[in-house]
Write a protein that binds this ligand. Structure first.
Ligand code: 4NP
Length: 148
């Protein structure tokens, strides 16, 4: 799960998807394309909205996307088109590029919609992001379970 800062959207996506999967079978992680918040906890508004739905993301610490992630992970979900473009730029092979997906295309195929960045907005933005990610992660989790 990749966003820009790895403090608002992708920590939520990580927590939500992991909560829908058996952690003995699937590892979900998140990072940002930027280095802005490396080592930081998720934004308090993301922590709060996750807690509202019984998901604890307080252990997460922000990291930056690393090229080794292309090898470590089978699927890479970008929160928005800008993140997607920046990850694809780092890929060397078609096989790496093919792992990079826009997360809302799981719900709305080929529409290339962004999960809006809630950082500069209010709490409702975090609720909206949570609901979008929850739905997208339902689709991802059911696909992954079929493949395992
Ligand atoms: P995120 O949100 O990409 O969902 O973690 C942001 C967090 C921080 C900044 C931008 C977006 N920032 O510019 O510091």
């Amino acid at each position: 799960m990749v966003c820009l800062g790895n403090i608002c959207r992708s920590p939520l996506a990580e927590g939500i998807l992991q909560s829908k999967l058996d952690s003995n079978k699937f590892t979900v992680s998140s990072c940002g394309t930027s280095s802005y918040h490396i080592g930081n906890k998720p934004d308090s508004r993301s922590i709060e909205i996750a807690k509202k739905y019984d998901i604890d993301i307080t252990h997460q610490r922000a990291a930056q996307f690393n090229k080794s992630d292309f090898t470590t992970y089978d699927y890479i979900y970008a929160m928005d088109n800008s993140n997607h473009k920046n990850i694809v730029k780092l890929s060397n092979k078609a096989q790496e590029k093919s792992k990079v997906k826009l997360i809302l295309n799981e719900l709305y195929p080929d529409q290339n919609l962004d999960v809006p960045d809630p950082y500069y907005g209010g709490e409702q933005g975090f609720e909206d992001v949570y609901q979008m990610l929850d739905k997208a992660c339902n689709t991802i989790a059911s696909k992954l379970k079929k493949r395992s």
